[in-house]
Design a protein. Structure first.
Length: 94
């Protein structure tokens, strides 16, 4: 697993660059995901993988690949509806 700074935008090489607010919201959303206690979630940003929840699990229970940094603001401010809209817009896939 590659480790990158949460404030770095290098994880999104090949995708749209995040604007200032998106980078700030991204850090906050990743902090919230750190609170997952049950199961394992892998979130991919380019070639970087973040594991949330059970880090000792052989496989994640779910995977999300972020394709556009707007994903973070859509989820943070729109909740599950925002996540659904971001999925329809192509900002992420599972």
């Amino acid at each position: 697993m590659k480790s990158k700074s949460l404030s770095s935008t290098a994880h999104l090489s090949g995708t749209a660059k995040p604007r200032f607010g998106e980078a700030l919201v991204r850090r906050g959303l990743l902090r919230q995901l750190e609170k997952i206690e049950t199961g394992a979630l892998d979130l991919f940003e380019g070639d970087t993988r973040h594991r949330f929840g059970d880090r000792s699990a052989a496989r994640a229970d779910a995977e999300i690949t972020v394709l556009n940094p707007r994903f973070y603001t859509d989820v943070a401010f729109g909740g599950s509806i925002g996540a659904g809209e971001a999925y329809m817009d192509g900002s992420w896939r599972c």
